[in-house]
Design a protein around this ligand. Structure first.
Ligand code: TUI
Length: 309
């Protein structure tokens, strides 16, 4: 299936893997790229030299294109932006902010720039700044989220820019893929389903938590601090939401979440850690290879689209 996104990124299938902090390291990114999608290394809150090492390791495992996600709240964002340019990474996606100040650095290095946006205003701003495409990410997504659903956000972003739009948030199978195409998207970005992939190196407890999750097991913390984060309901989210309701101060809430994603992903503490995942976790019910996941999505998705054509 050809779209402007497959052409732009020189990939076989219009499927990008979300650049998930702590989760999306070289094993997962290389596996997704090898399967014909776009694997993405998630820089999250990591140091710049860790990102450089991940880029080099990914390159050892695949000769296909892959990307890096720069989480703009990372204290080393400036250094990581330079590493991306220096290492000749083909594609960068950004999250949780405005990447405007890095745009010329990346464009000069020939890096394709795809900011993640949660509004039409941000999408237009990014287009004016020279972005090659945008990811329109709805609030069904896991992790740091905006306030609009994918169903409402994607067609509005599609109408507000000329560059290609990639839909994200709440998509995990061929039905979601086909629906996103119907809304005008030219590719999808998938996170949660890849968390449970065979090649994903998250702790087995984290995978089990995603696989066991049901539709209503999702919670959003941090709404009051201006940094809403979606994860799977557990002791941590219950305590956080209770404190938030009581109006405890920002610093105390920050203390509670400090390092909590690492605790869940690396240590497997899915009770006191943050198990970031999207609302679609209920649909993810088994571990499969990245190749199987992409093949299944494309087969089901294209069958649905052809039926309606
Ligand atoms: O970035 C994400 N998702 C993330 S980042 C992350 S790491 C983290 N860990 C703990 C607490 C907070 C973050 C986990 N998940 N998605 C992309 C995304 N970007 N969603 C929404 C946005 C966004 C929001 C506001 C993009 C731009 C924006 O603009 C605001 C501005 O600066 O004008």
């Amino acid at each position: 299936m050809k779209t402007r996104v497959t052409e732009l990124l020189e990939i076989e299938y219009p499927v990008l893997q979300g650049g998930m902090a702590w989760v999306a390291e070289h094993h997962l990114a290389a596996a997704v790229s090898e399967a014909g999608g776009l694997g993405i290394i998630g820089a999250g809150g990591a140091p710049a030299e860790w990102v450089r090492e991940q880029i080099r390791k990914t390159r050892e495992q695949t000769s296909r294109p892959f990307g890096v996600n720069l989480m703009l709240m990372n204290p080393e964002a400036d250094q990581i932006a330079r590493v991306i340019a220096e290492e000749g990474v083909r594609v960068v996606t950004t999250g949780a902010g405005n990447p405007g100040k890095y745009m010329s650095l990346w464009k000069e290095a020939g890096v394709k720039v795809i900011p993640v946006v949660a509004s039409t205003a941000m999408a237009k701003l990014m287009e004016r700044g020279g972005a090659d495409a945008v990811v329109a990410e709805g609030m069904e997504s896991g992790g740091h989220i905006g306030s609009i659903t994918t169903m409402a956000l994607v067609p509005q972003v599609v109408d507000s820019v000329k560059i290609p739009v990639i839909a994200a948030g709440g998509i995990a199978d061929g039905r979601g893929f086909a629906a996103a195409c119907m809304l005008g998207a030219e590719a999808v970005q998938i996170g949660t389903r890849f968390v449970a992939a065979t090649e994903s190196t998250v702790h087995e407890n984290y995978k089990a938590k995603v696989i066991k999750a049901k539709d209503i097991d999702s919670a959003v913390t941090g709404m009051s601090t201006g940094h809403p984060v979606r994860s799977i309901r557990n002791k941590m989210t219950k305590e956080y939401l209770k404190l938030e309701k009581e109006g405890v101060d920002f610093m105390e809430l920050e203390q509670l979440t400090l390092g909590s994603l690492r605790r869940a992903v690396v240590e497997g503490d899915v009770t006191n850690g943050t198990v970031m995942a999207g609302q679609i976790a209920g649909l993810v019910c088994r571990e499969q290879s990245c190749r199987e996941i992409i093949a299944e999505i494309m087969e089901q998705g294209t069958a649905l689209l052809n039926r309606r054509a």
